[in-house]
Design a protein around this ligand. Structure first.
Ligand code: PFF
Ligand code: NA
Length: 451
C-alpha cells in the first residue's frame, strides 16, 4: 500500500481544480433533472425548504468530513477508511463506509447512465429541428415515444457508459480537468440565459410561488425523507465520491471555504433549473408532478420559444450530458481507485465497474417500458434503486461519516488536517457533526421509513 503524501493517484493542480472537479461531481442530473421533478411530486415550497435545511445541517458538515477523510487517507474510500479506523483506533465497523459506498456507486451509476442517455438522445432531437415551434403536447409525445423503445434506451445507456468508461480508464485528472474547466462555466451561462427566458413567461410568478411558498400541509413524512436523501445525492455525499476526490486535493486548500463554494454552486443550479422548468410548466398548463420526464417535457417548449432555439437547445443538452458525465465519473471512481490499489490495471477495473453497472442498468431501461407494471412496494425497478440509494444508503453512509469524524477521530487529527482558523466555526462544525447531522438523519429515518 502506498503512503507518501500525495498518494498513488496524484493531486489536482490547485484549489480551483478541486472546486471544479467537486462541482463537476455535484452538479449533474440531480440538479437539472431530479430536483425539479421531485419538487413537483412533493408539492413545492415546503419540500424545497426542508431540502435547503438538509443541505445546511447535514450536507455541508458531512461534505467537509468526507473531504477531510479523503485528503488525510489519500486513497480510495475503502482503503482510506481501513487506514483511518486503524490510525484512530476506531471500531472496524466504520470500514463499512468504504464498502457500502462502492456498492451504492454500482447501483447509482446503473440508473444514472440510463437517464444520462436520454440527454444524449435530446442532443440529436434538438439538432434535428423536430422541436421547432413545439408545444407541450408534442414534447410529451416525443418523450413518451423514446421511453417506449427499449432498444433505443439500451443503445443510449451503452453509449453513455462507454463515454464514462473512457475517461475513468485514463485517470480522473487528465480526463476531467480540462473538460470541467470549460464546460461548467458554459453550463452556468446557459442556465442564466434560460432564466432570462423564464422571466418573460406568464408562468414565472406561479413558478416562484410554487417553489417558495410554504404549505406544510403538502409535506408528508416520505417527502421529508426524499428531501434529505436528495440533499446527499445532489452533493455526491455518503458513498465516497467526494472522499475519493478529496484524496486528490492539495493540502493547503481551505476545507470550509472550498466545500461552501461547491454547496453554493450546486444549490444555485438546482434552484435556477427549478424556476425554468416550473415557469414552462405553469405557462403551458402542465402537471408539476409529471415525474422523471418533467425536464424533457418542458425544456423543449422553452427552446421552441427562443430565437435560434434549436441551436441553443442542442448546446444545452450537450452541456447537461457533460454535467452528467462528470458526475458519472465520480460515481465510479471510488471502486475503480480501489481496484487500482489492489494491483488491477485501471483499464480492467473500469471494465468491471462499468460493465456491472451497465448490466444492472438493463433493469432500469426495462422499467420504463416492458416492466413498467412490475413493482415492489409500488415502485418500479428504477424507483426501487433510486429509493434504496438516495433515501437509505447515502444518508446511512452520511451518518456513519459524521459519527466517525465527530466521535471517533481525535480533535488533534481533525484540526491539523482541516486547518479551520476560527475556533467558533470549528466548534460549530463539530457540533453539527456530533449532534445535529446524525440526530436529524436518524429521526427522519425513523419517522419516514418505519410504518
Ligand atoms: N451529485 C450528482 C448529481 O446531482 O447529479 C449525482 C451523484 C454523483 C450522486 C456522485 C452520488 C455521487 F457519489
Ligand atoms: Na447535484
Amino acid at each position: 500500500m502506498n503512503s507518501d503524501k500525495t498518494g498513488m493517484h496524484g493531486v489536482w493542480s490547485n484549489r480551483w481544480t478541486f472546486i471544479l472537479a467537486a462541482t463537476g461531481s455535484a452538479v449533474g442530473l440531480g440538479n437539472i433533472w431530479k430536483f425539479p421533478y421531485i419538487t413537483g411530486e412533493n408539492g413545492g415550497g415546503a419540500f424545497v425548504l426542508v431540502y435547503l435545511v438538509c443541505i445546511l445541517a447535514a450536507g455541508i458538515p458531512v461534505m467537509m468530513a468526507e473531504v477531510l477523510l479523503g485528503r488525510k487517507g489519500r486513497m480510495s474510500p475503502i482503503n482510506t477508511m481501513r487506514q483511518m479506523t486503524d490510525e484512530q483506533n476506531a471500531p472496524r465497523f466504520f470500514r463499512s463506509i468504504g464498502w457500502m459506498g462502492a456498492v451504492s456507486g454500482f447501483f447509482i451509476l446503473s440508473f444514472y447512465s440510463v437517464i444520462a442517455g436520454w440527454t444524449l438522445a435530446y442532443v440529436v432531437k434538438m439538432a434535428s429541428g423536430i422541436f421547432d415551434g413545439a408545444d407541450a403536447e408534442l414534447a410529451g409525445n416525443e418523450f413518451g415515444g423514446m421511453l417506449g423503445s427499449p432498444g433505443l434506451l439500451l443503445l443510449l445507456h451503452t453509449l453513455f457508459m462507454i463515454l464514462t468508461g473512457i475517461v475513468i480508464s485514463r485517470g480522473v485528472h487528465k480526463g476531467l480537468e480540462n473538460g470541467v474547466r470549460l464546460m461548467m462555466p458554459l453550463l452556468f451561462m446557459m442556465l442564466i440565459l434560460l432564466f432570462g427566458y423564464a422571466l418573460t413567461t406568464p408562468g414565472f410568478g406561479a413558478a416562484i410561488a410554487f417553489l417558495f411558498t410554504l404549505d406544510f400541509s403538502k409535506l408528508s413524512t416520505t417527502s421529508v425523507v426524499v428531501a434529505l436523501g436528495h440533499s446527499f445525492f445532489t452533493l455526491s455525499l455518503g458513498m465516497g465520491a467526494i472522499m475519493a476526490y478529496g484524496a486528490y486535493m492539495p493540502k493547503q486548500a481551505s476545507l470550509g471555504r472550498t466545500v461552501l463554494a461547491v454547496g453554493f454552486l450546486d444549490t444555485l443550479v438546482a434552484l435556477v433549473a427549478g424556476v425554468v422548468v416550473f415557469s414552462v410548466v405553469f405557462s403551458n398548463g402542465l402537471e408539476p408532478g409529471a415525474g422523471p420526464g418533467l425536464m424533457f417535457q418542458t425544456l423543449p417548449v422553452a427552446f421552441a420559444a427562443l430565437p435560434a432555439g434549436d441551436l441553443i437547445g442542442t448546446v444545452f443538452f450537450v452541456l447537461v450530458a457533460v454535467a452528467a458525465w462528470s458526475s458519472a465519473i465520480s460515481i465510479a471512481e471510488p471502486a475503480v481507485a480501489w481496484s487500482v490499489e489492489k494491483g488491477i490495471s485501471r483499464f480492467k477495473g473500469t471494465l468491471v465497474v462499468c460493465g456491472l453497472s451497465w448490466l444492472l442498468g438493463l433493469g432500469t431501461v426495462l422499467s420504463f417500458n416492458e416492466w413498467s407494471e412490475v413493482t415492489l412496494f409500488g415502485k418500479t425497478f428504477f424507483g426501487t434503486l433510486d429509493f434504496l440509494t438516495s433515501n437509505i444508503l447515502l444518508p446511512l453512509g452520511g451518518i456513519l461519516i459524521a459519527v466517525f469524524v465527530g466521535w471517533f477521530m481525535s480533535r488533534e487529527a481533525i484540526g491539523t488536517e482541516a486547518r479551520i482558523q476560527s475556533p467558533v466555526l470549528f466548534g460549530l462544525w463539530m457540533f453539527m457533526l456530533r449532534y445535529v447531522s446524525p440526530v436529524a438523519v436518524g429521526l427522519i429515518f425513523i419517522n419516514g421509513l418505519l410504518p
